[in-house]
Structures are given as C-alpha cells and as structure tokens.
Write a protein that binds this ligand. Structure first.
Ligand SMILES: Nc1ncnc2c1ncn2[C@@H]1O[C@H](COP(=O)(O)OP(=O)(O)OP(=O)(O)O)[C@@H](O)[C@H]1O
Length: 208
C-alpha cells in the first residue's frame, strides 16, 4: 500500500496543495489531474522522494519512505517529465545501464523492450540523434524491464503516437491487473482503458 498523508507543497510562496491525503492499493490505476501549474509534477516528485513536502509524509507499506529509502526505491519506477536518458549513450546502452543498476542483465530482454516501443533497429543510435518521441520511447522501454510494483509516471504519453499510446495503456492495465500500482499524470484522455482509473484533482485556490 502506498500512502500520501497530509501533504503540503509550497512553491514560490504559493501553496500548490495542502492536506492532501490518499491511498493507492495494489491493482489500482490513479490519474493526477489539474491545470498547467497546479502542482502535478511537484506532487509526483514528492511521492517519488525527489523533493520534500512542506508538511506531511509518504508511506510505503506503512513506513515513511524517508526511513527506508533503499527499500522504497527498489519498489519504485519513476519516469519524470524529461526523458531522463543519457544522450551520449545509444538506446541499447541506456537500457543496459538501467538494468545494471537494477540488478539484472539480459540482452534479450533489452531487445524485446526496444521492440515493444518500436525502436528495434535503433539500438545503436545515440539518444542525442533521436527525435523527442523516440527519446521518450527509450525511457518508456524501462517499463518492460522493471520488476517494481509502483510506477509513478509524469506525462508518459507525451510525444507518443496513437499506436504507442494504446500499447502503453495496455501495459499499464496489465501491470495493475498483476497487482501493480500505476500513478500517472496525463493531459490526454486515457482512451480504451478497460479498468477503473481513479482520478485525484489538484485545485489550487489561487488558480481557481
Ligand atoms: N523548484 C521549483 N522552484 C520554484 N517554483 C517551482 C519549482 N517547481 C515548480 N515550481 C512552480 O510550481 C508550480 C507547479 O509546477 P508543476 O510543474 O508541479 O505543475 P504541473 O501541474 O505539473 O504543470 P503542467 O501541467 O504544466 O506540467 C508552477 O508555478 C511552477 O513554476
């Protein structure tokens, strides 16, 4: 179980949200909604442990994530707003690096992940030479290589074409079906999702 307890976030002296609490159970898909600047990215970064809330805490299996950083990070796959891939490395090298940090290494699994994101044939191309959408796909290929139950995904569908979006949505559903948790932001409709997506809306008094 993943919990946000009374979270508050202040940026530039503006309260983006306060007293925000929710729980995510295995098997759930949750979408964070809100206008541009509402604080979605700020919230996801707090939930992933990349920044601190003004108040409140984040718990994994009942324990504050700050008291079990290593354990929590093994359970988490966070994909941020930016692709988060190394531009001097090739697509294959990026995924091999990801796998080496995460303990397993299998060339077959990397080729399969590249095929899943439509990048077979691009394995030896450096990321710097790729389009924005292709760079995003390299980052997203990690979803097929990860054993982490908790996925926190910031705008994973941005710059992805229609076919890619339906493949990803199927993957999210499959992950939840298998007891994983998917927490994401997206400005797109999650079309074709065959399971409930719980929505949490961030509304800032100052934006309303
Ligand atoms: N590190 C920071 N320092 C100062 N202000 C910040 C910082 N990070 C975010 N902000 C501000 O906080 C507000 C919320 O930003 P955030 O990126 O969380 O919103 P968002 O809901 O994800 O927006 P979008 O839908 O446009 O991606 C914005 O006004 C932004 O300028």
């Amino acid at each position: 179980m993943f919990e946000a307890l009374n979270l508050s976030c202040v940026r530039d002296e503006r309260t983006l949200f306060s007293g925000l609490s929710f729980t995510i159970e295995p098997g759930e898909m949750v979408q964070i909604e809100g206008r541009n600047g509402a604080g979605k990215t700020s919230l996801l970064r707090i939930l992933a442990g990349l920044s601190s809330p003004e108040a409140g805490e984040v718990r994994w299996q009942g324990v504050n994530t700050r008291r079990q950083r290593d354990v929590f990070h093994q359970q988490l796959l966070y994909l941020g707003h930016q692709p988060g891939v190394k531009s001097v490395l090739t697509a294959y090298e990026n995924l091999a690096f990801y796998q080496s940090v995460n303990g397993t290494a299998s060339a077959d699994a990397i080729y399969q992940a590249l095929e899943n994101v439509g990048l077979l044939g691009y394995e030896d191309v450096t990321v710097a030479q790729m389009s924005a959408g292709q760079q995003r796909r390299v980052a997203l290929a990690r979803l097929w290589l990860s054993d982490a139950p908790l996925w926190i995904l910031d705008e994973p569908l941005t710059a992805i074409d229609k076919q890619g979006v339906s493949t990803l949505i199927e993957l999210f559903e499959q992950h939840a079906q298998q007891g994983g948790m998917v927490l994401l932001t997206t400005h797109q409709d999650l079309q074709g999702v065959n399971r409930d997506v719980r929505k949490i809306r961030l509304t800032s008094a100052e934006l309303a």
